[in-house]
Structures are given as structure tokens and as C-alpha cells.
Design a protein around this ligand. Structure first.
Ligand code: PLP
Length: 284
């Protein structure tokens, strides 16, 4: 695999960053994952805009422009012959002379940028028809989940808790209401209405979420942005998640309770289809 590090395209085993990089020492960095369909980037613009926002919130100065970033994404997709999967991008605050809690002066320490591709079946994922099972866990992440930082230890622990319970993923709960999945946004469907938590600092503003809600409204489906409890979700007609790497993925069980008929629901499957159709058409 060819990866990108600070201006160079290299075989992955030759790519190196400093042990003093603040991404490594302090999780001081942000990332994006953009999906690739038919060798093209899905909603690059949405990801670039969210990246700029994450960087700004952390006073991080990008080492490249967003135009250059698009070129790097495309070059990496081409060099790796990637037809379907994702491009992972990470920008960290670089490697100052020594470890220090205080941010280094951006004039003296340049941010580190790394990109690599991951091949994956996205459009024909086998998990779609079967649906996934989730457990609920307490949301113990920090309070700025709207910033897409590389601080992913708690979500990783959540996936491990799910695995230990024989489930596929975990939905996190705060003050009695679901925030989101470990690496995706969470939804339920009740009487045809799509319900998902409103945007705030409590959740990541999913790029797939924005597209799916827009498409749902365009298809005359009703959307309500509000929190919901695990009990309400267990009694819903359907449940699903969205993310750049799963698109729309049906959820068929929550804490052992079967959702609806225990199979992929019609609203989730329809949204998935229109999302993939549009993404293929608009990918660049
Ligand atoms: N929520 C969290 C916590 C995530 O980590 C992700 C994706 O990584 C999402 C939601 C979905 O965001 P997107 O649709 O932009 O991939």
C-alpha cells in the first residue's frame, strides 16, 4: 500500500513520524474518513468542511489547503487502485522539540499529515440484510464530541464491551438518552417518522447523517431531531446507524430486545438505497 506522509507518497513500511508527535503523545489531532465508491470520493466537500471546523476549534493549522487535500486523496486512490473503501486522513499538531502541555508555536512546529486507503466492501456489505445488534453503555467520552479528534479510546472500549456481550456495537447513553454509536450516528423509526438526536457538542455532526436526513426530507419522509431513550428504541419499528463506512446499516436488536420484526426495516433499506444512488452520482 502507498501512503502519504508530510508531502511524500511512500510504501507504508517506509512512512515514519516522530515519537514526539503530539498526536502520538497526547491524542492532539483530528481525522476524517471519506468513503470511496467506483474509485471516486463521496462527499469530499462535507468532510473537508468538517475538518476545517475541527482544526479551527483546536487552533490547529493545516499544513495543506483543502484543494491540495483533494488532490492528495485522488492521487492516493489512483496509486492504490482503490475501487471501494475509504481514505483515512489525520492531522496532528506535529513534533515540537520536547513534550509540553502548552501548544507549540505553529511558526516553529508544522502539523503532521498522514493519509492511507482501506479497501472495503461498502455497497454490498453482508451485514445489511441481517442487521446488527447493539448494547447500551454509558457515554463516558469528553464533552466536545463535535470535534473529530483521534482520542478514540472510549469508543474502542465500547466496541470491546459489545464484543464481550456478543453484540456488534454499542450505543452510548447520557442523562437517559442515546447520544450516538461508538463510530456512527443512531436513529429509530416510529410510525414512519425518522428520529435522531439533534446536533450539539454532544455528538459528532455526521456527514452521512446530514445527507441521509436531507434525502429523507426530499423523499417526503418525516424527520424529528430529538433525543430518545433505550426503552423507546426497543419499542420502535426500526433502528439504524449511519457513517461513511457503513452508509445506512439496520439495527435489529438493542440490549437483547428485538426491534420490529428482527430484520432490516423498509425505511432503513430505502434510505440506504437512495443514499448509495446519490453518492455514486455525485462522487468526484
Ligand atoms: N459519530 C461518531 C462518534 C463517529 O466516530 C462517526 C464516524 O466516524 C460518526 C458519528 C459518523 O460520521 P460520518 O457520517 O461523517 O462518517
Amino acid at each position: 500500500r502507498i501512503v502519504y506522509v508530510n508531502g511524500d507518497y511512500l510504501p507504508e513500511e517506509e512512512a515514519k513520524v516522530s515519537i514526539f508527535d503530539r498526536g502520538f503523545l497526547m491524542a492532539d489531532g483530528v481525522y476524517e474518513v471519506t468513503s470511496v465508491l467506483d474509485g471516486k470520493l463521496v462527499d469530499f466537500d462535507g468532510h473537508a468542511k468538517r475538518l476545517e471546523r475541527s482544526l479551527k476549534e483546536l487552533d490547529l493549522v493545516a499544513p495543506v489547503t483543502m484543494d491540495e487535500l483533494l488532490t492528495i486523496h485522488r492521487e492516493l486512490v489512483a496509486r492504490n487502485d482503490l475501487e471501494e473503501g475509504g481514505v483515512y486522513l489525520q492531522i496532528t499538531r506535529g513534533a515540537p522539540a520536547d513534550r509540553d502541555f502548552v501548544f507549540p508555536d505553529p511558526a516553529e512546529t508544522k502539523a503532521t499529515i498522514v493519509l492511507f486507503t482501506q479497501a472495503k466492501n461498502l455497497a454490498n456489505s453482508p451485514a445489511v440484510q441481517k442487521g446488527i445488534s447493539v448494547i447500551s453503555i454509558e457515554d463516558q467520552r469528553w464533552a466536545r464530541r463535535d470535534i473529530k479528534t483521534v482520542q478514540l479510546l472510549y469508543p474502542s472500549m465500547g466496541k470491546m464491551m459489545a464484543k464481550a456481550a456478543g453484540a456488534d456495537d454499542a450505543w452510548m447513553v447520557e442523562d437517559g438518552q442515546v447520544t450516538e454509536g461508538t463510530s456512527n450516528n443512531a436513529y429509530i423509526v416510529k410510525g414512519g417518522k425518522i428520529i435522531t438526536r439533534q446536533l450539539s457538542n454532544d455528538i459528532l455532526h455526521g456527514i452521512t447523517r446530514a445527507a441521509v436526513l436531507r434525502l429523507a426530507k426530499e423523499a417526503q419522509m418525516e424527520v424529528e431531531e430529538r433525543g430518545f431513550t433505550i426503552e423507546e428504541a426497543q419499542q420502535a419499528d426500526e433502528a439504524f446507524i449511519t457513517s461513511a463506512t457503513t452508509f445506512v446499516q439496520p439495527v435489529v436488536s438493542i440490549d437483547g430486545a428485538t426491534i420490529g420484526k428482527g430484520e432490516a426495516g423498509p425505511v432503513a433499506l430505502r434510505l440506504r438505497e437512495i443514499y448509495i444512488d446519490e453518492s455514486r452520482k455525485k462522487a468526484i
